[in-house]
Write a protein that binds this ligand. Structure first.
Ligand code: WTA
Length: 666
């Protein structure tokens, strides 16, 4: 895939908008010129048009405290009111907000009026449990309606939520609870995963047993009915709390810059960063992008984004944007292959999904499973397809459009990050002539560029680093509790420019092609993982002396985690390498979560280091990708690579079977 990426911009296929689609499209070509001439006016108009403000704003952007932006700062607003109540007030209470499809096949339908009642009850329940405006709430849940309700209940009272992906371990949950000083944890007994009930509550118990002085209560949704340990006085059943609560609740008018949520993401050091998002600007860009990039028609479309709420895509494009826009959406709890590999397509046909948003890893997995699987289902309702999370290779893009989209649908490859909050670079359906594999152009009101090491924009045809050159409404407002790290990570590489951490190229038309991360962040199945974080997990195992982790190209998952470990003398003994590798993989799963498990663990005697002691990951990547090892002249000891290569041919090597490809919902 490295070669595929290198050759990306020689891709010559073009897909011009269908005139019929263009005629009805929400997006208009004039948007670009308007926004360019007056970006602040453009965003102010979107904010007024798409949201209902409790107090209208006068100020648009205050960038005097750069790099911390303030958007619409003198306005007040409530996210949950915008997502729910105002649709009911406008007479759309009967419109379906959520079609829930559980993995075992159970279903629920929630209208906007249902959501209003449930969110109001949940908000009252949170208040009754002592949660106030500004208090943080950790959410550790499967993808069930209560997860959405919980997030909106937090937003309704102005308690920032910190959603922790349900696949993360107790250890990972613990560190996130501590960092955000959460007052409450909302969880469930468990959820359904690959055909069986898997428990969640024990991980919360384990996390809290490690010490979490700020947590007063745990609110527990009953999903699977499995037995749970109960801590009297601390644990409260969701259904009891909601039953006792009134379904009337006045949403709190909050300042536009009030924190809406914290979401932890991997960075280049071991410690995850709590990315902070606020309310008014975030909601504006979420709503605008969702309407225009997906061409949403709330009255007629059925929208489905397959992401889990544990990731930013789930925050913006499952919870906030679709509900703010009054859409009808599907949420599905399980994996694409449970109980069979046609499950997704069955869901599309059943609900007549018209807009589908998923990740390249899922598309490639379905491609591998064969065309006849989607071919057996009626996918004719689909009219827009989206991709997010990692670069999509042109073959997968073309397959997606042809096999899933029946050669009719526009495909939008959307580039953005946890930090950007919403889509930044993407074609607009009905406007842009699409190029498979390219995210192409910054959206109206967004300014991006590709620069060289000296921060100079590269000419068309050149490659370098992706930067954002102007503040945007849904930008992060910092890293929770560590503003210095915010400055260092994003704003110190190039003065005055936001450094995204992605490599990119401009083609001859100036369109942008993303090339993957340029830092120590890996992208496995569209999930961000930090090499350092996995290395720390490995060395925390008593048998490991040293570890180096690289992301190796992988046909299905984009990248795969490959770990090189040096074992402690006393651990080497005569245990088979295979056994040690399995133990280490499980250890990583315990420390971080199963998604971080190395695909391959190679036991080596030495690691390649520069004279200053820095591990040369580039050389390890060569090995992991089975290439001839590159220039090793800066190594302190040039024989190390020979030693590693020789060692790899010997039985000390252990290759675990590749992890089962996961989907964007994993
Ligand atoms: C990568 C996910 C190429 C990129 C929304 C970015 C992409 C990281 C694309 C953010 C895309 C996301 N093309 N690369 N369309 N979308 N990425 O924070 O490396 O989980 O920096 O946000 O994913 O991952 P995150």
């Amino acid at each position: 895939m490295a070669d595929a990426l290198e050759n990306l911009s020689t891709e010559v296929r073009r897909f011009a908008p269908d005139p019929e689609f263009a005629a009805q499209a929400n997006a208009r070509p004039e948007g670009y010129a308007w926004a360019k001439a007056d970006p602040q006016g453009f965003w102010a108009e979107q904010a007024r048009e798409l949201l209902t403000w409790s107090t209208p704003f006068e100020e648009v952007l205050d960038w005097s405290g750069a790099p911390v932006a303030r958007w619409f700062a003198d306005g007040t607003i409530n996210a949950a009111y915008n997502a729910v109540d105002r649709h009911v007030e406008a007479g759309h209470g009967d419109r379906v907000a959520i079609y829930f499809e559980g993995e075992p096949g159970d279903t629920r339908t929630l209208t906007y009026a249902d959501l209003q009642r449930e969110v109001s009850k949940a908000a009252n329940a949170l208040v009754a449990l002592g949660v106030g405006t500004g208090d943080r709430v950790a959410v550790y849940m499967p993808l069930i309606p209560e997860a959405v309700i919980a997030m909106l209940a937090c937003a309704r009272i102005g308690a920032p939520h910190s959603v922790v992906f349900g696949g993360f371990s107790a250890e990972a949950l613990h560190s996130r609870i501590l960092d955000a000083e959460a007052k409450l944890v909302i969880t469930s007994d468990g959820g359904y995963r690959r055909g069986s009930a898997s428990a969640l509550k024990p991980a919360v118990d384990e996390a809290l047993a490690k010490g979490a002085p700020t947590v007063d209560h745990v609110l527990v949704v009953r999903r699977t009915g499995q037995d749970v340990e109960w801590t009297e006085g601390r644990d409260v059943w969701w259904h009891d709390a909601l039953e006792a609560a009134s379904d009337q609740h006045e949403p709190v008018a909050l300042e536009a810059e009030h924190p809406l949520f914290i979401l932890y993401t991997s960075g280049t050091t071991g410690k995850p960063k709590g990315i902070l998002h606020t309310t008014g600007g975030y909601l504006t860009q979420a709503a605008y992008t969702h309407l225009n990039v997906f061409d949403l028609k709330p009255e007629t479309d059925v929208y489905w984004c397959t992401a889990d709420i544990g990731w930013i895509t789930g925050h913006t494009y499952v919870v906030y944007a679709p509900l703010i826009n009054g859409a009808t959406q599907v949420i599905y709890e399980g994996t694409p292959d449970t109980p069979h590999r046609g499950r997704w397509w069955e869901i599309v046909a059943k609900y007549k999904v018209s807009i589908l948003y998923t990740a390249p890893t899922a598309i490639r997995t379905c491609m591998k499973w064969g065309d006849d699987i989607p071919g057996a289902h009626d996918l004719s309702s689909l009219r827009v397809l989206g991709s997010v999370g990692e670069p999509i290779n042109p073959e997968a893009w073309v397959w997606y459009r042809h096999v899933i989209g029946g050669d009719r649908t526009p495909v939008v490859d959307t580039w953005w990050q946890t930090e950007t909050g919403a889509i930044m670079i993407s074609p607009l359906p009905g406007v842009t002539t699409a190029k498979p594999g390219s995210a192409q152009v910054p959206l109206p009101g967004i300014a991006a560029d590709v620069v060289d090491d000296d921060a100079k924009p590269v000419p068309n045809g050149g490659g370098g680093y992706l930067v954002l050159t102007e503040p945007w409404p849904s930008m992060l407002r910092g890293i929770w509790g560590d503003m210095e790290r915010y400055q260092d990570t994003y704003w110190s590489r190039f003065k005055g420019l936001y450094f995204a951490g992605d490599g990119a190229k401009k083609d001859d038309d100036g369109d942008i092609w993303l090339l993957g991360r340029v830092d120590d962040v890996m992208n496995v199945s569209g999930h961000r993982l930090s090499t350092t974080e996995i290395e720390s997990a490995l060395v925390s195992h008593p048998s490991v002396a040293e570890a180096a982790v690289v992301g190796a190209n992988d046909e299905t998952t984009g990248q795969a985690v490959v770990a090189f470990v040096i074992l402690r003398q006393d651990a080497v003994s005569d245990r088979p390498a295979e056994e040690i590798a399995t133990e280490l993989r499980n250890h990583v799963a315990k420390e971080i979560g199963p998604i971080a498990k190395p695909r391959t663990i190679l036991v080596v005697a030495e690691l390649p280091k520069t004279r200053s002691g820095k591990i040369m990951r580039r050389l390890l990547r060569d090995i992991a990708e089975h290439r001839t090892v590159g220039d090793a002249t800066t190594l302190a000891d040039s024989s190390v690579m020979d030693l590693i290569s020789a060692g790899l041919a010997a039985p000390a090597t252990s290759k675990a079977s590749p992890a089962e490809p996961t989907s964007a919902t994993d």
